[in-house]
Design a protein around this ligand. Structure first.
Ligand code: URA
Length: 420
């Protein structure tokens, strides 16, 4: 068997068998296939798709490219994963709330992908926070404090780690088999027995329509079932950025504010919807409204924030930043984007994909897989879809570390806002 034949087969729209898929994943994980060959195959999969059976084999091959954790001794452990979004800081808020309600959370997150942000890049903006910890520490953390959020480190789904970075740099992100296998291989390897998926759709999501999102959700639920993990999916619209900030540090700050009780409605809705279902899956109550009430209660009484601090401290992070968000490093230039038209208007559109790309342009995401991220840059929104604006009002702020780029971003953001 050789990789050229496998690439040619997929290029020619034929189905790959189990042996071919395992060959590709094993050889690529062991650096015996070059990045350019893997990229060619990934592009062929992107263009020609995969059958359900191929996607299942790809997922299982990726999950077994490293260790598969067994967390059964901890009891019911839940995990949550989003298919990607812009301004999506949900995990940072949701995971500590759920853990503070006595449900262990063990989660392996990803880095930014394409124009969407990644929880791991966000967590790394907390000084000292270690996303790379040993498997036994990961398990011990979940046992000790009921939560651990880690990156794709250790030996968990290493194939996905490599393919994910390639996809980020080769515009091959928006593909049902590639997303389903990427997410479910991580979920299977990280060991949780219950999984809640946030499947986003709209301009800021990889799935542009609800129908595509449903198809992706169905495939992941089926894979979860076959792998013995109870999986449910919630569909979430993502037409504008979620919450008020886009950018790594900015989103961490927003998450801390949310855990302190100040949270934008759109973000709150997603957090409560996903969380109430996580609690239900974990056997903590079938009444979703009651579950939401418990979550709000743990924000109000400070238990969720305490759990977040425990998480950060346990993984080496400096909690003085959580206690005083002003300590986070700010971008050098914080430039207002002012509404200059004569007539007042209503924001009608704020395309999340364009915003995500703008954040990457400022340095908040990667163009090449080895790029370093600038954690301080991003965008803060004063006005979102449905808001009324008058001449002279500030629509948003651009946070930039390069003045020229900052000024260009201001002009680009003015074009992205559709105000009628
Ligand atoms: N999140 C992942 O982990 N993988 C994807 O492909 C998309 C979102």
């Amino acid at each position: 068997m050789n990789i050229q034949d496998i690439i040619a087969k997929k290029r020619d729209k034929q189905e790959l068998n189990k042996e071919e898929i395992y060959f590709f994943i094993n050889e690529y994980t062991n650096n015996k296939i070059a990045d350019y060959q893997a990229s060619a195959l990934i592009m062929a999969i992107y263009i020609n798709g995969m059958s359900k059976e191929e996607t299942l084999n790809l997922t299982l091959a990726m999950a077994s490219s490293g260790d598969i954790l067994d967390l059964s001794e901890i009891g019911i452990v839940v995990d949550k994963h989003s298919t990607g979004g812009v301004g999506d800081k949900v995990t940072l808020i949701l995971a500590p709330i759920i853990a503070s309600l006595g449900v262990p959370v063990a989660k392996m997150s990803g880095r930014g992908l394409g124009y969407t942000g990644g929880t791991i890049d966000k967590l790394e903006s907390i000084p000292g926070y270690k996303v790379n910890i040993l498997e036994k520490e990961f398990i011990q953390n979940v046992k000790n404090i009921g939560i651990s959020l880690i990156g794709q480190t250790m030996n968990l789904a290493p194939a996905d780690k490599k393919i994910y970075a390639l996809r980020d740099a080769t515009s091959t992100t928006e593909s049902i088999p590639l997303i389903a296998s990427s997410i479910m291989s991580k979920k299977i390897a990280a060991g949780a027995n219950k999984i809640v998926l946030d499947v986003t759709y709209g301009s800021g999501a990889f799935m542009k329509t609800k129908e595509q999102a449903e198809k992706l959700a169905d495939e992941m639920i089926e894979i979860g079932k076959l792998a013995g993990r109870e999986t449910i999916a919630i569909l979430t619209p993502m037409d504008e950025p979620l919450g008020k900030n886009v950018g790594n540090t900015l989103e961490v700050v927003e998450a801390i504010e949310a855990l302190n009780g100040s949270i934008k409605n759109d973000l709150k809705e997603v957090v409560l919807e996903l969380g109430s279902n996580m609690l239900k899956l974990a056997g903590k109550g079938n009444n979703l409204e009651e579950n939401k009430r418990k979550m709000i209660e743990n924000i109000k009484n400070g238990k969720a924030l305490e759990k977040f601090k425990e998480l950060v401290e346990n993984q080496g992070g400096d909690i003085s930043y959580i206690e005083d968000i002003n300590k986070f490093e700010k971008a050098k230039y914080i430039l207002p984007v002012i509404y200059e038209a004569n007539n007042e208007g209503i924001v009608r559109n704020l395309k999340a994909e364009e915003i995500g790309k703008l954040s990457v342009f400022l340095g908040g995401g990667r163009i090449k897989k080895e790029d370093k991220i600038d954690t301080a840059v991003g965008i803060t929104f004063n006005k979102k879809i449905g808001d009324k604006v008058e001449r002279g009002e500030i629509l948003a702020y651009i946070h930039a570390n390069n003045e020229e780029k900052g000024k260009e971003a201001v002009e680009r953001l003015k074009q992205i806002y559709v105000i009628e």
